[in-house]
Design a binder for this molecule. Sequence first.
Ligand SMILES: Cc1cc2nc3c(=O)[nH]c(=O)nc-3n(C[C@H](O)[C@H](O)[C@H](O)COP(=O)(O)O)c2cc1C
Length: 280
Amino acid sequence: MERTSIRLGGVELASSVMNASGARSAERGEIYELCAVHGGAIVFKSCNRAGLETPENLKNRGVEFFQSIATELTARNKKVIGSVVGASEEEFIDVARILDRAGASIVELNLADDYVTKSVAPFASFERLKSLLGRVRGETQCVLAVKVPPRVPFEPRAIADLFKSMRITIAVCANDLPKDLAIDVASGTVQGPPRTLSDAHAFFRESENLLDVVAVGGVNTGRDAYIAHLTGATAVQVGSALMKEGAGALGRIDRELDSILAEHGHKSVSEIVGIVRFSR
Ligand SMILES: Cc1cc2nc3c(=O)[nH]c(=O)nc-3n(C[C@H](O)[C@H](O)[C@H](O)COP(=O)(O)O)c2cc1C
């Protein structure tokens, strides 16, 4: 087993590092390029039923396009994570079901985008969120992940408990650590009193081993990935670094993470998930 391989939501992945949805994952060529250079999971661009031309950040070719790529990749044992957006509950269910049946190991419901907030408004009430997730869960077999927007109007505990009760086993959360975080990486110690360090950390603290956290945002180096793992992430997603640097960014971050793990005597990345400590 490689040092950076991990089990996420019960799915074995060759690396805890993966692309963030949308970063070089909208077109067939981009997806195959990422698959060629990195052994971990591939996360597809968020897609809806028929495709979108606007908003620009959600421009996609529609679920059937991703369905055919998922079928091809899963036949080659590649772990595929589909990402869903929609303007209605029905569209979410429909798209999630199609990706599930195409063989995606994990389906990520993108509840973090404005497009979704303005249409489905999943966080307008707890009942709304429960209804959407319950209906998608009822229609799919795969592991389900939810990409949670920052600053949701409910306590992380309430959302985490809802996920657990609905067998949603992955929360994709903002890795919004303080910029000036003073951390001794070798010992995993953060200066100051015990506190919540990021959205990802907040969800990890409510996870009770029933929920895995994926941290997204600001992961540009192996050190960033290592700190995200220390603060509770089972896996990390890389967006901007991949856009800037190209597909090779994932392998670089994986190798850097591997070196830091080795340097600190860890045989597996799973040993450091959530072990951050505080010094007063
Ligand atoms: C070009 C681009 C396209 C994106 N498209 C999506 C998308 O379709 N679905 C989604 O959930 N997030 C999308 N995102 C957001 C990323 O998944 C990620 O949350 C964000 O870039 C933060 O990570 P970073 O700091 O590593 O960039 C996109 C980001 C970029 C840069």
